[in-house]
Design a protein around this ligand. Structure first.
Ligand code: PCG
Length: 656
């Protein structure tokens, strides 16, 4: 649309005012006219098919788009600009191209096109200046055309102000006519003041209008050019630090000429080699992902040449690239000095640097592009005698273009990429060994540390096992306490109840009772109930602990070995606990066995009616005897078992 609109704006007025030009190239104008019209038409079709965003969603439905366009004011404007006014040629003749004046109303579309170009172009300032030049040209061109038309109206050569007589050969040519008028018009607008004085009122009016345009419109256009130039300078200021300010500062503080010279050279180097120091600031407004992409495409080639980063994953490089700060060092300048505390490491982007002795002359090594240095003092290498202090002086030989990476950023990145860390440390260790600044216990210490770690882990798991055991033992203790208490209470009751019986009988009964032979149904049952309750409680507790949430309490730490060993422990403990708890079937079986045993033995203890409970009691006692003897070894069986139990019972009674 830029072409047809500018064409119409320039040519229609030209052809209207300069009739010779219009007639001499009539066929050209006619062709171009209809090409421009065709473009106007195509533009309308394209506009109908151009989707738009509605709440972030691209609307592409043709019927909807058509409807929207037909209802918009743009459609009216486009339609007016394409009305076939050319038919008026038949009325006014071909010498009146003014009939096409409606083509000019498409001008807003030109603005739109230029705005879009401005946001897309990589050279916005050049574009802005070009746009302004076009506007100025069109303005002067219109003025020139009108001047010629006015001169024609007043009469060529009738006074000094108007265009000279075109019958004179030197003013007759078409080109002369146009150039003269354009020059005259430009002179008025720029208010150079070298124009002939107007003679007639029309001439005065023309001059007044022109001067007003010059003051208001032209001045604002020229002002815009000024803005463009200022923004160009601002751009430079953003790219490069403001040298003028620094210069003024140096002068006001009477800085030595030599230092000032060095600073000037540094600035010159930046400008000549287009070194941009404020990258971070410039790209700050972009979202992070775009910034990363830019930084990666700009700096990745340098980074991937650095040995330590060659084998690194892209993600590490991407993380790293955003943290790099560009720095430029001048010839002879020290990047770091031996003994200083290290805060950052450096990657050489371009330039040469020397590792120099303290005398500043002896060079131990020269570091070039894609090398790095300054890592030793920030890596906390074990056994490094110099700690966090620089181990060497590094001096820039020429101008050096470096990337610096702060200690914090490096630590952050390396914590996620241990391979790169090892590589860096290895290189640092090599240098330190060469210099004799590494305490060789570094490796052993590492081994020791590993050892200590394993020990701590084992201790921790053992502690857990012990805690579980302790919990179980505590529960058992509590349970036996309760048993004892119940028993004592029982005995007290019995003593009270039998208070009136003869002392000898009483004594005999208590003795029997203490031996665990029981005194009768009631007591036996009571005791059994109490114990049963306790056992049930304990049983469920043990089961709960045994199973835990996932069916295995001891798999919590995910350590296979320790889990296994602890499982063994649990089994033992469960056995221990179960010794006091009976499975009903087992109990029945055992009861039978025991009664048979008693029969065989011809035991004179009370028969089934009285003795069943007492036997149960005994069994329990037996089991608790097993608990006690569990850790000691095997449980005794048969008679010996009973004897043992009796002894134990006696012991227990004594305790009571
Ligand atoms: N000490 C020493 N440092 C070197 C040598 N070559 C390169 N360097 C680097 O110089 C850097 C000086 O600062 P650091 O001690 O932090 O880390 C050092 C190394 O990265 C060398 O031969 N000796």
């Amino acid at each position: 649309m830029i072409f047809p609109i500018i064409y119409n704006w320039v040519i229609i007025i030209l052809r209207t005012c300069f009739t010779t030009i219009a007639f001499n190239y009539l066929s050209v104008w006619m062709t171009l006219d209809y090409v421009a019209d065709l473009m106007y038409l195509v533009d309308m079709i394209i506009t109908v098919h151009t989707g738009y965003l509605d709440q972030g969603i691209l609307i592409k439905d043709l019927a909807h788009l058509k409807n929207r366009y037909l209802r918009s004011k743009h459609f009216l404007r486009d339609l007016v600009s394409l009305l076939p006014t050319d038919f008026l040629y038949f009325v006014f003749g071909l010498e009146t191209p003014m009939v096409r004046i409606n083509r000019l109303v498409r001008i807003p579309r030109l603005d739109e096109a230029l705005d879009r170009m401005e946001t897309r172009t990589s050279y916005p300032n050049t574009f802005r200046i070009t746009k302004l030049m076009i506007y100025i040209f069109v303005l002067i061109h219109w003025n020139a055309c009108l001047y010629f038309a006015l001169s024609s109206y007043i009469g060529f050569g009738s006074d000094r102000w108007v265009y000279p007589n075109i019958t004179k050969p030197e003013f007759a040519s078409m080109r002369r006519q146009y150039f003269y008028c354009f020059w005259f018009s430009a002179q008025i607008f720029t208010t150079v003041g070298d124009t002939p004085l107007p003679k007639r009122e029309e001439e005065y009016l023309f001059m007044i209008a022109d001067l007003l345009i010059a003051v208001l419109v032209f001045a604002s256009i020229v002002g815009n050019v000024g803005n463009v130039i200022t923004s160009l300078r601002d751009r430079d200021n953003v790219f490069f630090p403001n040298h003028e300010l620094v210069k003024a500062y140096l002068r006001s503080h009477h800085i030595s000429k030599e230092l000032r010279q060095r600073i000037d050279n540094w600035y010159q180097h930046l400008h000549i080699n287009k070194k941009i120091m404020r990258e971070k600031e410039i790209l700050e407004q972009l979202p992070l992902h775009l910034r990363t992409e830019i930084a990666v495409s700009v700096h990745l080639p340098t980074l991937s040449k650095v040995t330590i980063f060659q084998s690194c994953e892209k993600s590490l490089l991407e993380e790293l690239v955003l943290k790099l700060t560009p720095q430029v060092f001048s010839p002879g300048e020290y990047v770091c000095r031996k003994g200083d505390v290290g805060h950052e490491m450096y990657i050489i982007r371009e330039g040469k640097l020397a590792v120099v002795a303290d005398d500043g002359v002896t060079e131990y090594a020269v570091l070039t592009d894609s090398n790095f240095f300054g890592e030793i003092s920030i890596l906390n290498i074990k056994g490094n005698k110099s700690g966090n202090r620089r181990t060497a002086n590094i001096r820039s030989i020429g101008y050096s273009d470096l990337f610096s990476l702060s200690k914090e950023d490096l630590t952050d990145v390396l914590s996620e990429f241990p391979a790169a860390k090892r590589h860096l440390e290895e290189k640092g260790r090599q240098i330190l060994t060469k210099m004799g600044m590494l305490v060789d216990t570094g490796e052993e210490k590492e081994g020791e540390e590993d050892n200590v770690e394993t020990k701590i882990n084992t201790l921790e798991s053992n502690l857990e096992i012990l805690q579980t055991k302790l919990a179980r033992l505590m529960m058992e203790l509590e349970s036996s306490n309760r048993k004892m208490q119940a028993r004592v209470e029982q005995l007290e009751l019995e003593v009270a109840a039998l208070g009136n019986q003869p002392l000898e009988d009483e004594e005999e009964r208590i003795k029997r009772e203490l031996r665990g032979e029981g005194v009768g149904e009631e007591v036996g049952w009571e005791r059994e109930e109490a114990e049963g309750e306790e056992e049930e409680g304990l049983d469920s507790k043990v089961k709960k602990e045994e199973q835990g949430e996932d069916g295995n309490v001891l798999t919590k730490d995910g350590d296979g070995e320790s889990t296994k060993s602890r499982e063994g422990d649990v089994e033992k403990m469960v056995e221990v606990d179960k010794s006091g708890l009976k499975d009903p079937d087992d109990q029945e079986k055992k009861e039978k066995d025991d009664s048979e045993k008693n029969k065989d033995k011809g035991d004179d203890r009370p028969g089934k009616g009285d003795g069943a409970e007492i036997e149960l009691e005994e069994e329990k006692e037996e089991k608790s005897g097993e608990v006690d003897s569990e850790e000691g070894g095997e449980t005794a069986e048969g008679d010996s078992e009973n004897k043992d139990m009796k002894q134990k019972d006696e012991g227990q009674t004594k305790k009571e």
